[in-house]
Design a protein around this ligand. Structure first.
Ligand code: NAI
Length: 343
């Protein structure tokens, strides 16, 4: 029997429990090696423990260093701070890995296979912002500070190059805006060039491209790219852009990776508009589970899971509503489990 691995499971809010149930059934059928420690967070955390990120959930992740997580609701404009951002900070999850691949052919773009590696802790996302009052206008001036460190740039770039090599990729594109933000994103470009020269030259190709040109090229000819690595805010925007190339949120997984923990999740949120109705597509979370299997060196199970998802969607034609089908979450899950069990 393969080695069992303790892992934290957070169902989350809205459609979270429905898609996490689906993921558990599918991982069970696969014989995945995880021993789950069930925890709550988000709105469910507030309801159960009076805290959107209860200490027990943090302690669990600190112990297991591995988590699969449903979406967590964050109230807009007031209320508690995003538990997702707190988790990233708490465990220094510096790399946000967002792969996109065409699974359902025949969309606007076909045969897409890209990875966006987003820096997750620095840049213009750190929230050091304030207003300056002039006369009777308290919001007369808005100031935001971005911080990129040499060490932070090096860490994410090193991760991107190593990940690209380990996964058989051909090229890493470093996305920046060093022509205008000469210091803030110049340090990212400069560090990339130095690191490539010192450690990765001859092992993987590197190019640099300015963010605005990159956005245009991704829409005109996305096939020219392979792995894209960039600073926090640009990565946020580009990862949604590339999710759009393959049909949107129902198919977009994400991983938050740090030195001490890794948290896997769907890119989408808690979808309150369809929660509790059995309509949610669990595929994005299942693809995140496949990334989690790869992370623990069970690429064999990840490959079986991806093949079964392909077969269920394309050979069996079983699809949830967001993909134009009529299957419920449960019916899709049943079909997928049958594919896993019967091949
Ligand atoms: P959302 O991603 O939850 O929903 C956007 C649209 O996509 C909705 O129409 C929804 O029904 C649909 N959708 C999303 N996932 C789907 C799925 N698996 N199957 C079928 N349809 C799906 O974004 P929204 O409404 O802006 O956010 C809702 C809540 O989720 C907010 O509280 C937000 O803060 C939170 N959120 C949490 C995230 C996380 O935990 N990583 C990420 C993004 C949002």
């Amino acid at each position: 029997m393969s080695q069992r691995l303790p892992a934290t499971l957070i169902p989350g809010d809205g459609i979270g429990p429905e898609i996490v149930d689906a993921a558990l059934a599918v991982l069970d059928a696969l014989g995945a090696p995880f021993d789950w420690d069930h925890q709550v967070a988000g709105l469910a955390g507030v309801q159960a423990a009076g805290d959107p990120l209860p200490q027990a959930a943090l302690d669990s992740i600190r112990r297991t260093r591995l988590a699969l997580k449903g979406p967590l609701e964050t109230p807009s404009g007031g209320g508690y701070r995003s538990s997702n951002v707190r988790l990233r900070e708490e465990f220094q999850l510096y790399a946000n890995l967002r792969p996109v691949r065409t699974i359902v052919p025949g969309g606007r773009f076909d045969k897409i296979d890209l990875v966006v590696v987003r820096e997750n802790l620095e840049g213009l996302y750190i929230g050091h912002e304030h207003y300056v009052r002039i006369d009777d206008d308290p919001h007369a001036v808005a100031i935001g500070t971005g911080i990129n460190t040499r060490a932070g740039c090096r860490r994410i770039l090193d991760y991107a190059f190593a990940h690209a090599i380990a996964t058989g990729r051909k090229k890493v594109t470093v996305v920046h805006k060093a022509n205008i933000m000469k210091a803030l994103t110049g340090i990212f470009k400069e560090t990339a060039e130095q690191l490539h020269e010192q450690k990765y030259k001859g092992r993987i190709a590197m190019e640099t491209v300015i963010i605005d040109a990159c956005a245009m090229k991704l829409v005109i000819d996305p096939w020219q790219f392979d792995v894209l690595v960039t600073t926090n805010l640009f990565g946020d925007v580009l990862s949604d852009l590339v999710a759009g190339l393959v049909g949107g949120l129902g198919l977009a997984p994400g991983a938050n990776i740090g030195a001490d923990a890794a948290i896997f999740e769907a890119v989408h949120g808690s979808a309150p508009d369809i929660a509790g109705q059995g309509l949610a597509n669990p595929t994005a979370l299942l693809l995140a589970a496949a990334m989690m299997l790869e992370h623990v060196q069970r690429g064999d199970l990840a490959a079986r899971l991806r093949q079964a998802i392909d077969a269920t969607l394309n050979l069996d034609g079983v699809r949830t509503g967001d993909l134009g089908g009529r299957a419920s979450t449960a019916a899709f899950t049943q079909a997928l489990v049958a594919r896993i069990v019967n091949g």
